[in-house]
Design a protein around this ligand. Structure first.
Ligand SMILES: NC(=O)c1ccc[n+]([C@@H]2O[C@H](COP(=O)([O-])OP(=O)(O)OC[C@H]3O[C@@H](n4cnc5c(N)ncnc54)[C@H](OP(=O)(O)O)[C@@H]3O)[C@@H](O)[C@H]2O)c1
Length: 250
């Protein structure tokens, strides 16, 4: 990763923050985003104290101009983007479709799908200029199968992320831009645990439902992100790579 420039959205906590630290530890130059300034600045300082190179840019991925600004700042700093990890996302609404407002539906699509589109648009423009790159989009098992637990808008958005990934991979293969999606099942990040721990026994129930008998940690996922970022995956594009403990196998 030495001298590679990595641009990450949704990196003020959880998987994105772990990826920012992992890429910086591997000597990459990391530019990362999120809305929370305190968390972003703390991660930036921490990486720099460990000798890494990282810059936080406050960005809301639902606002196209902010994403354009973050990408152009990255180009101003380093002249190129080699790897983009589009990870910003979350389920913003729990409840059945018949109770969901249009606004709740659209907000979920804006964050998870349109936010990914905004990032890809400017990353692809930059990568075309510099001769190629690798884009990794965070989808979910909810991006390849239905989930009947009141998260339909999130399911629709993450299916959209997989579709956008495949279309972009074909559209830009000849530009040497690879585009892949991560199919992630339940993953014990701080935010996810906060939600799950509100319901007694839920963590154990979800763990037991996993074919491998446990939920993932960010450490289970990071090696696949660095693999897709590296030349070791140079024949892989348009893939929805499942790192899901067997969840989508059945
Ligand atoms: N944890 C799981 O079980 C699981 C399973 C499958 C897929 N995923 C996906 O994995 C990704 C990371 O999730 P995580 O568990 O690590 O959760 P997390 O800690 O909540 O991370 C989500 C990140 O997205 C950012 N974000 C949210 N809204 C944003 C916006 N409008 N603009 C810019 N950034 C925004 C958050 O930063 P700010 O709040 O600072 O903006 C945060 O850095 C998400 O795409 C999620 O859908 C998670």
């Amino acid at each position: 990763m030495k001298d590679k420039v990595i641009f990450i959205t949704g990196a003020t906590s959880g998987l994105g923050a772990a990826a920012a630290r992992a890429f910086a530890d591997a000597n990459a130059k990391v530019v990362f985003c999120g809305r929370r300034i305190k968390e972003g600045t703390e991660i930036e300082t921490d990486i720099r104290l460990r000798g890494g190179e990282a810059t936080f840019i406050q960005t809301d991925v639902t606002i196209e101009q902010q994403v354009e600004h973050a990408v152009s700042e990255t180009i101003r700093l380093y002249g190129k983007i080699d790897v983009a990890f589009n990870n910003a996302g979350n389920n913003l609404y729990f409840g059945p479709i018949e109770n969901m407002t249009g606004e709740q539906f659209v907000n979920n699509i804006m964050l998870n799908l349109t936010g990914t589109f905004h990032a890809m648009k400017y990353e692809i423009q930059a990568m075309k200029q510099s001769g190629g790159g690798s884009i990794i989009n965070t989808a979910s098992t909810a991006g390849v199968k239905g989930v009947g637990q009141g998260i339909a808008a999130y399911v629709a958005a993450k299916h959209g992320v997989v579709g956008l990934t495949k279309a972009a991979a074909l559209e830009h293969a000849r530009n040497q831009i690879r585009v892949n999606a991560l199919i992630i099942s339940a993953m014990a990040t701080e935010q996810w645990l906060q939600g799950v721990e509100k319901i007694p026994g839920m963590f154990e129930k979800i763990s037991a439902s996993m074919p491998l008998g446990r939920v993932a940690t960010v450490d289970d996922i990071i090696p696949f992100i660095t693999f897709l970022a590296s030349d070791n995956s140079k024949m892989i594009t348009g893939a929805a790579l499942a790192i899901d403990g067997g969840t989508t196998a059945g």
